[in-house]
Each structure stands twice: as C-alpha cells, then as structure tokens.
Design a protein around this ligand. Structure first.
Ligand SMILES: [Mn+2]
Length: 315
C-alpha cells in the first residue's frame, strides 16, 4: 500500500497468452490506481484475445511501452520470463511488486504479494484495492469477477473457498454481472472452434482401464476448418469430463509436424510432472508440452508417460 501511495506513475503487466484472470486483474489495477490519481499504463505483450474484448476499457491495454515508471505491478505471472518483452520495462521501474496466486520458485520483485490459497490473482487484487481505499466501480468489479470466474470454471473448481464466493458476492453487489461474463467468456466460441471440438471428439480414445482419455486435431483439420491452434482452447476439458478419466490429453499437429499437447488431470493424478519431463510447463492439474512427430509415435510416448505417472500417484 505504501509503495503504491508513494508512486506517481505505475506500469501494470500480465503474462503472455493472457487469460481472464491475467487481463481482469491487470485492468482492475489500472482502473483502481487511476481512481487514486496515478498515471497508469497497462501492458499485455500479446494484447487482448477476442474472447476478452468485452472487458471494460480493454482498449487501454497496450502491447508495449517505452516509458519509465516509479512502480511496476506484475499480475498472475509465476515468474518474470512469463511477461515476455515487457520484462525490460518492468525491470527499469523504480520498484516491482509481484502479485500472484501461483507460488513458484520464480517469484520476484521488491514486494511479493503471493497467496497460493487464492483461487485467482483477482482475489488478491480485490484485497489490495480495498486496502488502498479504492471504491469499486462496476467496471472494476466486472474485471475482477471475470478473473474469478475464468480461474474457477465459474466457481466449480477445487480452488474455490468461502472467501472466493464472498468476494464474488461483493463484486456482484458492486455491479458485475455473472451472466454477462459467462455469456461472453463461455458461450462465445467461434464457428471453427466448435467444429474443431467436434473433430477432436470423434478421435477420442481411451486406455483399456479408461483412466487415460485423449483426442487429436490433425494439421488437415485446421486447414479444412480454417481454425487456429488458439481455437482448440477448452477442448481438453471436454475430453477430461468423460466418467472415469483421471487424465486427458489433446494433441494438435502443427504445420511443422511437431505436436502440441495439453494435459488435464483430476486429483490425485498429476500431469505437471509429465509435461516437465518433455520440457513443458504448468501445474498438477493443467499443463502442456511439445513432442516430436509423427503423431502415432508421439501418442505412444505420451500415453506410456501418463500411465507411469498414474502408477506413481497411486491411481
Ligand atoms: Mn490466475
């Protein structure tokens, strides 16, 4: 609070490939600190994905800056490499605050506002804005509720706590609409994205015990349907929702023949270690990596690794 109050200019940054929590938290900080009279710039090097352009004042988000700031606030980013090219702007600021619900060895900054029990960075930002004496506008509340809803699957995931719901209630009280956010984020898929989901589900296979379920999207599917890899977002969660599945994988064949892999687990299974084994990243329940082609070989290697991980976690 003191660091914010003593800063005149503030840079707010989120991670590459930003999600609803990253951009919702970023915009809430931008709007909140502006209401205190600060000069504030928000930077997301990958901009704002189409699905999040309903967020109030999203056009305020810049993809870069050449200015220098008294203070940089980095939200939801795990470690500093995740902010991409905005790293220099962060490091050239007078002071750096790391605000995150990912508690990782990569934590950084002069001040670390980290809480691994928070369902989303938006929860921590809510507390920060409250401590700063910001009165929440409907716009700020919408940004924060978007963060909560996207990181909790609309308050369904195991990270939801009484505090998550209490903050959600306050945000609705302040003018945020869960139905508007839900509609914009979860029921707003592109045509190609929905067709890719159909293609992927057609390919679903499972191990004989049903514990591993996986699906593929081939390069020719992208060509025929005109979709991009970004439009496969969310498919792996649908794959995982099969009864009895402990882990799910979605393999996408890239034009260069490499396979991009998204992994999801139900506790106690752990897919973070599997992704890490192949040079990827993520955490226990959601992770990703890349594998060499061809597809059939990548499938064999991946399923063997997932089987081993399931054995290790006692599933
Ligand atoms: Mn988050």
């Amino acid at each position: 609070v003191e660091a914010v109050h003593s800063a005149g200019s503030v840079l707010v940054v989120c991670h590459i490939n930003p999600d609803g929590d990253a951009l919702g938290s970023l915009l809430a900080v931008v709007l909140g600190l502006e209401s205190l009279g600060k000069r504030v710039v928000g930077v997301s090097v990958d901009g704002v994905p189409e699905v999040l352009r309903f967020l109030p004042h999203e056009n305020r988000v810049q993809t870069h800056t050449r200015e220098r700031f008294d203070l940089a606030i980095v939200v939801d980013s795990g470690d500093l490499s995740r902010v991409g090219a905005a790293k220099n702007a962060v490091l050239s600021s007078g002071k750096v605050i790391d605000v995150d619900h990912h508690v990782t060895p990569g934590a950084f900054g002069d001040i670390r506002l980290l809480d691994g029990t928070a369902s989303a960075t938006a929860e921590i930002v809510y507390d920060l804005l409250f401590a700063l004496g910001v009165s929440l506008t409907p716009e700020m509340a919408t940004c924060l509720l978007c963060g909560l809803m996207t990181d909790t699957g609309s308050f369904r995931f195991s990270n939801v706590t009484p505090r998550t719901l209490a903050i959600g209630a306050q945000l609705v009280q302040c003018g945020a609409s869960p139905s508007d956010i839900g509609e914009a984020v979860f029921e707003n898929r592109s045509w190609a994205s929905q067709k890719l989901l159909g293609r992927a589900l057609e390919t679903m296979r499972q191990t004989p015990d049903g514990k591993i379920v996986w699906a593929v999207v081939r390069a020719k599917d992208f060509e025929q349907l005109g979709g991009t890899d970004a439009e496969t977002e969310g498919i792996v969660s649908v794959v995982r929702s099969v009864r009895g599945a402990h882990v799910a994988a979605l393999l996408r064949e890239m034009p260069n023949g490499r396979l991009r892999v998204s992994l999801r687990a139900r506790p106690p299974a752990d897919v973070g270690t599997v992704a890490a084994q192949f040079g990827g990243g993520g955490h226990r329940l959601a992770s990703g990596c890349s594998l060499d082609g061809p597809l059939e070989q990548a499938e064999t290697i991946l399923i063997a690794a997932l089987n081993k991980a399931l054995d290790n976690s006692g599933v």
